[in-house]
Design a protein around this ligand. Structure first.
Ligand SMILES: O=C(O)c1cccc(C(=O)CC[C@H]2O[C@@H](n3cnc4c(=O)[nH]cnc43)[C@H](O)[C@@H]2O)c1
Length: 245
């Protein structure tokens, strides 16, 4: 089975997770760069703000749903402030067997899973076809510390690729195709890679955290557990604050 995961890793990146977002703090009076957290809708932003409890240095914006709105909103916010790290946050779908309803997923990588082309041989990613980027690594140190902190706080958390799709999956067939396309896929949402593209343009590290509101699969919008997911997102706030401050 062809996987966009391996080939996407070969895409050249200016992102150096070892140094991005770091700042020489030896100069007195120099302001610490902040953390920009980007959600799709205001209900998600409110949950994150509630969880952060007014911690200094965090800006939370709702930029709209989908990768284009996320990229545009993130780029505008980054142009208007001083940030050392960018986080895509919100609710998301969990791949069955990988991320349960109400749990949290910290992305190991952000994968633009439906950016590409259908061909007679099946879906081919934009990266494979040579016209675009489809994988953004999460900052490994921050992602690991965040996942460890959430687990230590007793929250149900897993790590793995988080997919960005422009249309939420609505069938078992599409869910299976995406899981085959991205081995280990843990969750899907609609903004991560838009946020990551804007962060990468400034060589800033990116993270994604999703609280699972629904399974990836046949659409049953009435069964989405949005309230529970928003509570899980808020519960992650103190750990986000501690790890990223
Ligand atoms: O109706 C509400 O009260 C409400 C509160 C918070 C969020 C919403 C949304 O509809 C958020 C849309 C946002 O959620 C992500 N998402 C959630 N599940 C999936 C999925 O299975 N596949 C793809 N995306 C999902 C996505 O990032 C959307 O932008 C409503």
């Amino acid at each position: 089975m062809f996987s966009i995961y391996k080939e996407a890793c070969a895409v050249t990146s200016r992102f150096d997770p070892g140094h991005a977002g770091e700042q020489d703090l030896s100069k007195p009076g120099q302001a610490l760069p902040g953390v920009l957290i980007v959600t799709a809708v205001e209900a998600e932003a409110e949950a994150v703000r509630r969880g952060l409890g007014g911690a200094d240095g965090f800006t939370v914006i709702a930029a709209g749903a989908g990768p284009a709105a996320a990229a545009a909103g993130t780029a505008a916010a980054l142009a208007a402030g001083s940030y050392g790290c960018v986080v895509s946050a919100g609710i998301g779908g969990g791949f069955p067997g990988r991320a349960a309803l109400g749990s949290l997923v910290v992305a190991s990588e952000l994968v633009h899973a439906d950016l590409g082309a259908e061909t007679p041989e099946g879906f081919r990613s934009a990266a494979e076809l040579g016209f675009g980027r489809t994988l953004y690594p999460a900052d490994p140190g921050r992602a690991a510390r965040l996942a460890a902190g959430l687990a230590a706080a007793g929250l149900d958390v897993s790590t793995g690729p988080v997919l960005t799709v422009s249309a939420a999956t609505g069938s078992a067939e599409t869910a299976a195709a995406l899981a085959a396309r991205v081995p280990g896929a843990a969750a899907e949402a609609m903004e991560g890679c838009g946020v990551a593209a804007a962060a990468l343009a400034l060589n800033l590290p990116v993270l994604e955290i999703r609280a699972i509101s629904n399974p990836v699969g046949p659409r049953d919008r009435d069964a989405w557990q949005i309230g529970e997911a928003l509570e899980a997102l808020a519960a992650a706030g103190p750990i986000l604050s501690e790890v990223l401050k």
